[in-house]
Design a protein. Structure first.
Length: 324
């Protein structure tokens, strides 16, 4: 039964976007390895279904060429395959598109943590001139004039669209996008044969000498915090990162810890898309990141042989598999 629920809950991360349209709304269930979802004010299927339709609708972009799913593609783990995504008119976004899977557990969103909730985050790309480049007032007018979307708003909320209901609907859909029930979860639940020898050795390395668990912990395999690892450092100087939001110089060069779940689908990696493969990510941490004055003290070179590195990658790949 647990396996069935997990499979029903999964978005179509690995199967690709169906030829007959976007994937259907996942039910509100939890796969193995995840804890109870945070409560939210919009849990009905009608609200989440409206959010799904909005997520895949080009009406929310200035020239109607892009949707949220243009950068958060189901077949790419709800991320994409570019270092920086393309916005309206070919504009390049400032950062790599992060996956939106399992974001219900995150207290702050975006690479620099500028959004304090999913409801706040989902509206930011719509108005961003490098992304969808559409004023919220115009987005609401468009949706109200769209026969099908307006009807779904009335069904979900009983009113015409507002800024609040637009945000609630999109956030409700994102809360349905969950990923778990990996071989790692089943191994931790007592199914010893769920991992092969290399994957078990990689898990051991992750939990011991590798020290990966210090930042990649919990059900999302992320501490949901911010760390300066040296990604994006140029000539010894990091980008502002979290400091641009917090105003604290101690946050310079810090970026949100990404989840390790579903990594196989979401390359390239890091906030700037600078690492193309999991092997490159492992090598980056093996050498202790890129040095700079604000480097996280936990970032030190790791004693890691070639076999250790292969095993760690095998473990990371196991976190992307689901079902049996």
């Amino acid at each position: 039964m647990r396996r069935l629920l997990a499979l029903l809950a999964l978005p179509l991360v690995q199967a690709g976007l169906p030829s007959d349209g976007p994937p259907p709304l996942p039910p509100r269930t939890l796969p193995l390895g995840l804890t109870e979802l945070a409560p939210d004010a919009a849990t009905t299927d009608a609200v989440a279904e409206l959010g799904r339709r909005l997520f895949f609708s080009p009406e929310l972009s200035r020239d109607r060429t892009l949707s949220c799913a243009s950068c958060h593609r189901p077949e790419r783990g709800f991320a994409d395959d570019r270092a920086r995504s393309a916005g309206v008119g070919g504009a390049e976004t400032e950062r790599n598109t992060p996956s939106v899977l399992n974001r219900a557990w995150s207290p702050r969103l975006m690479w620099d943590g500028r959004a304090a909730s999913l409801e706040e985050q989902v509206l930011l790309p719509i108005e961003n001139p490098r992304e969808m480049d559409l004023a919220l007032d115009e987005a609401l007018r468009r949706v109200a004039a769209h026969t099908e979307l307006a009807a779904h708003f009335r069904q979900a909320f009983g009113t015409a669209p507002t800024r609040e209901t637009l945000a609630r609907a999109l956030a409700a859909y994102l809360r349905r996008l969950v990923l778990g029930d990996s071989p790692v979860d089943r191994f931790r639940a007592g199914e010893i044969d769920a991992l092969d020898d290399a994957e078990r050795a990689g898990l051991w390395f992750y939990e011991s000498r590798g020290g990966c668990w210090r930042c990649h912990a919990g059900p999302t395999f992320s501490d949901e915090d911010f760390h300066a690892t040296g990604v994006g450092v140029r000539e010894g100087e990091p980008e502002p990162g979290r400091a641009a939001v917090s105003g604290d110089p101690a946050d310079r060069g810090k970026w949100k810890t990404p989840s390790l779940r579903g990594l196989v689908a979401t390359a390239p990696y890091m906030h700037d898309g600078s690492l193309a493969t999991l092997e490159e990510v492992v090598e980056f941490y093996r050498r202790g990141g890129n040095p700079h004055a604000n480097l996280d003290p936990a970032l030190k070179p790791i004693e890691m042989g070639a076999e250790d590195a292969r095993n760690l990658v095998a473990f990371l790949r196991a976190l992307s598999r689901t079902g049996r």
